[in-house]
Design a protein around this ligand. Sequence first.
Ligand SMILES: [Zn+2]
Length: 120
Amino acid sequence: MATRKSLKNLEFKILNGWEDFARDNPHARFIPEIAKDLDGDVYIRKRGTEVVYLLKEISEDGMMHLSCLGCGGYLAQSIIRNKIYLDKSISPYEFVLYCPQCEQDPSKNFPILKKYQKKH
Ligand SMILES: [Zn+2]
């Protein structure tokens, strides 16, 4: 059970290995940021959001098991077909983790993609 700790002093930074993706896809919905507190607890959030997840464990196959810090619930995953990726070499699908209690299903909210115009 997560204790109520102050998250104010946590400094989130982009998870290792995601820097290139974040740079090339400024409108991506799932860019994980990571922070560690003095007790060694590890927190993850999506860039641009305030909902924070607690890292429970990393299994042997490298999967991160996260729970929502706010409600303690398990996370869900939404698969979004992103128009912004169609002319790029990477997958047009994005897998977005979210807390079904604290966050809206990201696949139900597309307007941000319509603002995006490729520059060349
Ligand atoms: Zn939650």
